[in-house]
Write a protein that binds this ligand. Structure first.
Ligand code: 5GP
Length: 113
């Protein structure tokens, strides 16, 4: 099933893209939960981390390194930031295409729910 993120990947709908390569796209979250809130989405359709396989090993590594690069480029690597991936119903996932949230730009709380 096509998600809103597939439409962003295919440039059918607009997003504020901050990073893109052959495998990954990253864009600002439309409802930011922190001063910096960027979503990193693999272009390959994977519902969430629970559906990733050995075939996705390199892709998973690339996403994490892309997050670290963007955080460095934004100058938040020294002060720190948070990386989150919501998985399934109990994890609070609302868009059924694997993605990681990069949150930063302020001191984040310790509460995780
Ligand atoms: P989830 O809840 O699945 O972990 O995260 C989905 C995220 O996608 C939410 O933080 C939500 O604000 C964001 N989002 C939903 N629809 C759109 C959209 O059309 N454009 C952008 N840029 N973000 C979206």
């Amino acid at each position: 099933m096509k998600t809103i993120f597939s439409k962003i990947i295919n440039k059918e709908i607009k997003a504020d893209i901050v990073y893109e390569d052959d495998d990954i796209i990253a864009f600002k979250d439309i409802y930011p939960a922190a001063p910096i809130h960027i979503l990193f989405v693999p272009k390959k359709e994977i519902q969430n981390l629970a559906y990733a396989t050995e075939d996705d090993l390199i892709l998973l590594g690339k996403i994490q390194l892309a997050i670290a690069k963007v955080a460095r480029d934004l100058g938040i690597d020294k002060e720190g930031y948070r990386v989150v991936s919501n998985i399934g119903d109990f994890g609070g996932q609302t868009v059924q295409q694997m993605h990681y949230h990069l949150l930063g730009g302020k001191k984040l709380g310790t509460k995780m729910d």
